[in-house]
Design a protein around this ligand. Structure first.
Ligand SMILES: Cc1cc2nc3c(=O)[nH]c(=O)nc-3n(C[C@H](O)[C@H](O)[C@H](O)COP(=O)(O)O)c2cc1C
Length: 325
């Protein structure tokens, strides 16, 4: 199943979901070779860009490895979004412009951005029509099922967004009120794909190859978006990508593989951010590489308190010695 986002032909069907605080350039560069067909940046404030905020500009950085990549903006007023689009078109190298219509965080929704847009599909259509008109790059959007369980309106929103001119739609199968709780309700998406003329990307609880296969069966989507499940398990992307291309199930990675991936990610993040800042971030991410392997609690715990690269190395080496790897 070839996915085309306007003229952009993807090389696979697995998309790296945007995650604030995680999917920075180092993470995306690290994940890409595992079979990511398209990555998304962390969400970026359109106001931050239009006011020239230096930290916001850092989010615009991409690389050759990273591409194709989508930059994700969030905003509530077309004036700010238009200015941000004008700036990123001049300053950034990217392939897709994504608009965040699903963020549930109070700080964002109280401004009218993120999933707050789902409450007013008519205004949203108007806003997105203008975004699509202004953007030289194909526009995608990421939504949720609706604001809450009493206002599930993804179908209306999807059709309006298609009419506005978006080139692909990603849906996280939860409502705003659910945040990340409970299970994603992919069943509700059954039949939507057949009503759309643009690629449908589905997100939510993809923690194993079987999860991805199930979502594809239920929704007939064009691509699967992997977010939390890829943290500390990059090979999940390879397994899903390979399965969709060949029908073959690859075995799970060994502990030795996981340690090698952990080192690759550690080194990449340090290269991008410097040791001090990178090690702080690694404390919450590296323990995930040991998930699913019994008996490593003390090592996982130790990884949460590291201050230096050598400490990380000593812990990973300790595991290898214990296992005779
Ligand atoms: C820490 C974190 C940060 C996220 N940040 C974003 C974001 O910036 N933009 C966005 O559209 N979705 C964001 N999401 C939602 C994910 O892209 C994804 O849709 C959601 O986590 C469900 O997929 P999963 O169950 O596979 O993680 C975030 C999720 C998490 C856990």
């Amino acid at each position: 199943m070839l996915v085309k986002i306007k003229d952009l032909e993807l090389k696979g069907n697995v998309i790296l979901g945007p995650m604030a605080g995680v999917t920075n350039l180092a993470y995306r560069d690290f994940m890409k070779p595992f079979g990511v067909a398209l990555s998304y940046s962390e969400m970026i404030s359109d106001c931050g860009i239009s006011y020239g905020n230096k930290r916001t500009y850092d989010y615009l950085e991409t690389s050759d490895i990273d591409r194709p990549v989508g930059l994700q903006l969030f905003g509530f007023d077309i004036k700010n979004t238009a200015k941000a689009i004008e700036i990123i078109q001049k300053e950034a190298t990217y392939d897709v412009l994504d608009i965040n219509l699903g963020c549930p965080v109070p700080k964002v929704v109280k401004t009218g951005a993120g999933s707050a847009w789902l409450k007013d599909p008519e205004a949203l259509e108007k806003y997105m029509t203008e975004v699509c008109r202004l953007s030289e790059k194909p526009v995608t959007a990421k939504i949720r099922l609706g604001w809450d369980e009493d206002s599930i309106n993804f179908e209306e929103v999807a059709l309006r967004l298609e009419k506005a001119g978006i080139a692909a739609l990603a849906i996280h199968s939860r409502t705003r009120s659910q945040f990340y709780a409970g299970n994603a309700s992919h069943e509700l998406l059954r039949g939507l794909k057949e009503k759309l003329h643009i690629p449908l990307i589905v997100s939510g609880d993809v923690f194993s190859l079987e999860d991805a296969i199930k979502i594809k069966e239920i929704t007939n989507c064009d691509a699967i978006m992997v977010a939390r499940g890829g943290i500390g398990n990059p090979y999940l992307i390879t397994q899903i990508d390979h399965y969709f291309k060949t029908g073959e199930r690859l075995p799970n990675p060994s502990l030795a593989d996981q340690l090698s991936y952990a080192r690759q990610y550690r080194d990449k993040l340090i290269e991008f951010e410097g040791e001090e800042r990178a090690v702080k971030e690694l404390r919450s991410i590296l323990p995930h590489f040991l998930k699913g392997f019994a008996g490593y609690k003390k090592y996982r715990l130790a990884l949460t308190t590291v201050n230096r690269k050598e400490q990380i190395e000593a812990i990973l080496r300790g595991i290898e010695v214990q296992e005779g790897i």
